[in-house]
Design a protein around this ligand. Structure first.
Ligand code: NAD
Length: 264
């Protein structure tokens, strides 16, 4: 199967690092025109440089905007009016104590992890429907199903993304536009990679050992017994964005290394 996305305009939110950066690179390799997004001009410029170094004919532009706010989302749509592919990748997580967490922290995470994608879908979906082709992908998490007790707020946002994704797929049924969610498991992204590096340094062990300890204690149901790479997650997303994935919509697709103990 050869995935060809020449001429398709793609937006990947939060794509200066981690899973988003790998998705942007994968879409660029398939020929799409990709918008890279991060919060600062400097990070966006570095990501553009890094992707061009490995995909010399990549067609890329960059937009610096903090999509956790409606003002930031307005900057994105002002600079990229239309898109054929929208990957709502932006998201973050911080381990916390449920009993000490303030209302504002819950609402801030909801803005970042859920509303960033809601606002983007609200803007870009009507154009896709009008043109009769489009791909929207929400990067959720295995934590949507296996809600972690140390990040209940994060689990809540990731489950919410599944509801939004399925609901939007229903809304645009028969239009040629597909809407899906992808659920990664523990992945060597920037944020989780840095966490594992810091743990390794603190405990005087290797990063591999820190990852193994994380899997044994926090994600014991893994079948893969290792972290996935950002590229492994990106491969699924690029496929879902392809012409060939036209029969898949309203789905929650796992790249979780088997962490979720369910057959379907
Ligand atoms: P990461 O922190 O490594 O990368 C996040 C990217 O988003 C960075 O480019 C960062 O600069 C950008 N960003 C952060 N806040 C932003 C904002 N307000 N506006 C614009 N850009 C912003 O994260 P990651 O681990 O690659 O996570 C990407 C997605 O994958 C998230 O939705 C996350 O929940 C999901 N996920 C990650 C894992 C994992 O193990 N890493 C597992 C399951 C799901």
């Amino acid at each position: 199967m050869k995935i060809e996305l020449k001429g398709r305009r793609a937006i990947v939110t939060g794509s200066t690092a981690g899973i988003g950066r790998a998705i942007a690179e994968g879409l660029a390799r398939a020929g799409a025109l990709v918008v890279i997004n991060g919060r600062t001009e400097a990070r966006v410029a570095t990501a553009l440089q890094e992707i061009r170094a490995v995909v010399p004919d990549a067609e890329l532009t960059g937009i610096a905007a903090d999509l956790s706010t409606s003002e930031g989302s307005a900057v994105l749509v002002a600079q990229a009016a239309d898109a054929d592919i929208l990957v709502n990748n932006l998201g973050t997580a911080h381990p916390n104590d449920f009993f000490k967490q303030r209302d504002s922290e819950w609402l801030d995470l909801f803005q970042l992890n859920v509303m960033s994608g809601v606002r983007a879908a609200r803007h870009y979906l009507p154009g896709m429907v009008q043109r009769g082709w489009g791909r929207v992908v929400f990067i959720s998490s295995e934590s949507a199903i296996m809600v972690p007790k140390e990040m209940i707020d994060y689990g809540m946002t990731k489950t919410a993304q599944l509801a939004v994704s399925r609901g939007l797929a229903e809304l645009v049924s028969g239009s040629g536009v597909t809407v899906n969610a992808v659920l990664p498991g523990p992945t060597r992204s920037e944020i989780l990679g840095n966490w594992m590096k810091a743990t390794a340094l603190e405990q005087g062990i290797t990063q591999d050992d820190a990852e193994q300890n994380f899997l044994k204690t926090m994600r014991p149901t893994t079948l893969l017994n290792r972290f996935t790479s950002t590229e492994e997650v990106a491969n699924m997303v690029v496929y879902v964005c392809s012409e060939q994935a036209s029969g898949t919509t309203g789905a929650a697709l796992r790249v979780d290394g088997g962490v979720i103990r369910a057959i379907i």
